[in-house]
Design a protein around this ligand. Structure first.
Ligand SMILES: [Zn+2]
Ligand SMILES: [Zn+2]
Length: 231
């Protein structure tokens, strides 16, 4: 297991700090190349990804990167188009073994100067009570102050959005998961085994295919199971 840097730890490793710094977009620098998109590839270290995944079941697979194209308009609007590349590792939905997921996500983002939304609110004071606050947080846009845009939150969010609800390990549909009674790894047992080699319990069909387990069992089926157990 890799060690996760603790939150609030003053000794942030270089590999984490460097990514954070690379995710600060310098608008002054972009202004020097007006009217053209500026390409940049930002490496996202495993250590940084692990800080993003710290409260989840996932961890970094390989180092990832964000390939982005920035264009800054004369009104201060920054457009970002990019693509996240790289792997995260999450537990297999059946056996809890490693399942590699490509976090490849297209990103499209509009970043507006915060001053503009303030001007807007000044011009439309009547709307303030009707939830202009809401507008700012609901828009798929972020705001910046000064000459730098911090992309870390956005990229962090994108990475977390890439997590699948359910994913299978390299065995794919052939993964037979764990014994429903003792948790032993069924994948390690002979392919034709009908009983768990650890606890000897017979495999139920549902465990073998791993699809209908726990709370996913429909109501009608649960009733049927209750009937057959009672008889
Ligand atoms: Zn598996
Ligand atoms: Zn067992």
């Amino acid at each position: 297991m890799s060690s996760h840097p603790k939150r609030g730890n003053p000794a942030v490793p270089d590999s984490v700090r460097e990514v954070h710094e690379a995710l600060q977009v310098d608008l002054e620098w972009l202004r020097r190349q007006p009217g053209q998109a500026t390409e940049r590839v930002i490496n996202l270290s495993k250590e940084w990804i692990n800080t993003v995944c710290a409260d989840t079941e996932a961890r970094a697979g390989e180092a990832a990167e964000l390939a982005a194209s920035f264009s800054l308009h004369s009104d201060g609007t920054l457009l970002l188009r990019g693509r996240l590349r790289g792997g995260i590792v999450v537990p297999c939905g059946r056996c809890l073994g490693d399942a590699v997921v490509d976090a490849g996500e297209e990103m499209c983002l509009t970043v507006l100067p915060a001053a503009r939304i303030r001007d807007y609110m000044k011009k439309a004071p009547g709307d303030e009570a009707d939830g202009v606050e809401l507008v700012a947080s609901d828009l798929d846009e972020i705001f910046y102050e000064g000459d730098a845009v911090d992309l870390s939150d956005v990229v962090r969010e994108q990475l977390l959005l890439a997590f699948p609800m359910r994913v299978l390990c390299a065995l794919g549909e052939a993964c037979r998961g764990m014994c429903g009674r003792c948790g032993a790894m069924v994948n390690d047992m002979p392919a034709d085994a009908t009983n768990c080699s650890a606890c000897k319990a017979p495999f139920m069909e549902d465990e073998a295919d791993g699809e209908d387990r726990e709370d996913e069992i429909p109501e009608w089926k649960r009733k049927l199971m209750g009937l057959s157990e009672g008889s």
